[in-house]
Design a protein around this ligand. Structure first.
Ligand code: COA
Length: 381
C-alpha cells in the first residue's frame, strides 16, 4: 500500500501579541493561573488587515515555495472562524497564491476538528491518484467575550499542510478511532463573532471523546498504547494536553508521565488557541524540538467541540530530522499590545452596510484590504 501522509507543514500567525501577564495585572488574576493553571504565556491577536485568509495564505506560501505546485489539484481550508457563509476562504487563498484554475477548493467545518477531516479527505484523494498532492490549510481566530473565562484562551494561527504519497515527515496509518456526540459545550451562532462556551463541560466532553476515540482505534486494529512513542493533543490551552495524557494513562493503565508534553507545547503556549490549527501547531512543535524521532510512532488526538473527535497515528519519516525551530523567531517578531489596545481591537466590528478600507498594519505577505460592495478584498503586500 502507498504510504501517504504529511509531506510538509508550516505555521503562521498574526502581527500582534498579548502577554497574559499584562492581562493578569489588569484583571487582578494571579499570573500563575494563566502560566501554570492554563499553561499559556501569550496569545496572538490579528491586526485589522489580518484574518484566517491572510494567515492561511502566509503559511501556504512557504509550503509551496519549498515544494512547488506539481500535482496540487485540491485546496481544503478548515476553519471554525469562517468569513462567509457561502464562499470558501480558500478561494481567496487560491487567488493570492496564484494557483491555476484546475484546483478544487472547499471549506470544511466542525469546530477545532475540521483540519483533521480535511487531512483524511486529502489522504483519500492521494490514495486514488498518488501523483496528486493536497494543500490543507487549517486557520482560525479564537475569540471569546472580554472578561469571560475563555478570554485568556484566545489566540490565532494557521497551519498549512501538504498531504502526499511517500511523505517526508509523517506517514499517517490507516487505522483511526472516531467518536462523535451531539453536545452543547462550545458553538458560535451565525450572528455572533464570539463563541458560546461551557468551559467545564467542554473539558469533560473532550476527555470522554478521547477515551471513546481510543476505544474505537483499538477496535479498528490500531496500535497498543505501548507502541506509541509520542502523544500530541488538540490544545485549546496547553494544560489540556496534560489532562488528556493523565486521563489516557489512567484509562489504559499504562504510565505515560509527561513525555513529549513540553515539546508539543512550545508554539501553542505562545499562539494561544488556534482551533483547527492547534493540534498541527503541536505536531510542528514536536518535530521542531525533538530529535531522534525517525521511525517513532505518534498518536494524534483531534477534538472539535460539538463534538467530533478522532485518534490517529503516524510514523515519523527521515525528513523530520532536518526540521529546526524557525517559528519561535516568527512569534518573537509579533508586536506587543497593551491591554487597552487589545480591548479596542477586540471590540472592533466590521460594518455590514458600508465599504471598509483597513489600515495598513500587517508585515505579512498578504493583507485583508477591506470590503467593497460587501465583497472582501485581499492583496499581496
Ligand atoms: N496558580 C496555578 N494554577 C492555578 C491558579 C494559580 N494561582 N489559579 C487557578 N489555577 C488552576 C486551576 O486549579 C485550574 O487547574 P485544573 O484545570 O487543573 O483544575 C486551572 O488553573 C484553571 O482554573 P479554573 O478556575 O478552572 O479556570 P476558569 O474557570 O477561569 O476557566 C476554562 C478555565 C478552560 C474552563 C476557560 O478558560 C474556558 O472556558 N476556555 C475556553 C474553552 C476551552 O478551552 N475548553 C477546553 C476543551 S475544548
Amino acid at each position: 500500500m502507498t504510504a501517504i501522509g504529511i509531506h510538509d507543514i508550516e505555521l503562521a500567525s498574526t502581527h500582534h501579541v498579548l502577554d497574559l501577564a499584562a492581562l493578569a495585572a489588569t484583571t487582578g488574576v494571579d499570573p500563575d493561573k494563566y502560566r501554570i493553571g492554563l499553561g499559556q504565556d501569550e496569545f496572538s491577536v490579528p491586526a485589522p488587515d489580518e484574518d484566517i485568509v491572510t494567515m492561511g495564505a502566509t503559511a501556504a506560501l512557504a509550503v509551496l515555495d519549498r515544494n512547488g505546485l506539481e500535482g496540487v489539484r485540491t485546496l481544503l481550508f478548515a476553519t471554525e472562524s469562517g468569513i462567509d457563509h457561502s464562499k470558501a476562504a480558500g478561494v481567496f487563498v487560491h487567488q493570492l497564491l496564484g494557483l491555476p484554475p484546475q484546483v478544487r477548493v472547499a471549506e470544511i467545518k466542525q469546530a477545532c476538528y475540521g483540519g483533521t477531516a480535511a487531512i483524511q479527505a486529502a489522504i483519500g484523494i492521494v490514495q486514488r491518484n498518488p501523483r496528486e498532492r493536497v494543500l490543507v490549510i487549517a486557520s482560525d481566530v479564537a475569540r471569546y467575550a472580554l472578561d469571560s473565562p475563555g478570554e485568556p484562551t484566545q489566540g490565532a494561527g494557521a497551519a498549512a499542510i501538504l498531504i502526499a504519497a511517500d511523505p517526508a515527515l509523517i506517514e499517517i496509518e490507516p487505522a483511526t478511532g472516531l467518536f462523535s456526540a451531539n453536545v452543547d459545550d462550545f458553538w458560535r451562532p451565525n450572528d455572533s463573532s464570539t463563541a458560546i462556551v461551557d468551559g467545564k463541560l467542554s473539558i469533560s466532553a473532550y476527555l470522554d471523546a478521547m477515551t471513546g476515540a481510543w476505544d474505537d482505534l483499538a477496535a479498528q486494529g490500531g496500535p497498543a498504547i505501548s507502541a506509541i512513542n509520542r502523544l500530541i493533543y488538540h490544545q485549546p490551552y496547553t494544560k489540556m494536553a496534560r489532562k488528556a495524557q493523565a486521563r489516557l494513562a489512567e484509562y489504559t493503565g499504562v504510565e505515560l508521565g509527561d513525555a513529549g508534553l513540553a515539546e508539543g507545547a512550545v508554539y501553542n503556549r505562545r499562539l494561544g488557541n488556534a482551533y483547527t490549527a492547534s493540534l498541527y501547531a503541536g505536531v510542528a512543535s514536536v518535530l521542531d524540538h525533538e530529535s531522534g524521532l525517525t521511525g517513532k510512532r505518534l498518536g494524534l488526538f483531534s477534538y472539535g467541540s460539538g463534538s467530533v473527535s478522532e485518534f490517529l497515528t503516524g510514523v515519523v519519516q527521515t525528513g523530520a530530522e532536518s526540521r529546526t525551530d524557525h517559528f519561535t523567531s516568527v512569534l518573537d517578531s509579533r508586536v506587543p499590545l497593551s491591554v487597552p489596545e487589545y480591548r479596542e481591537l477586540h471590540a472592533r466590528a466590521l460594518p455590514s452596510d458600508t465599504d471598509v478600507v483597513t489600515p495598513r498594519v500587517t508585515a505579512a505577505p498578504f493583507r485583508f484590504a477591506g470590503i467593497e460592495g460587501r465583497a472582501r478584498r485581499y492583496e499581496r503586500r
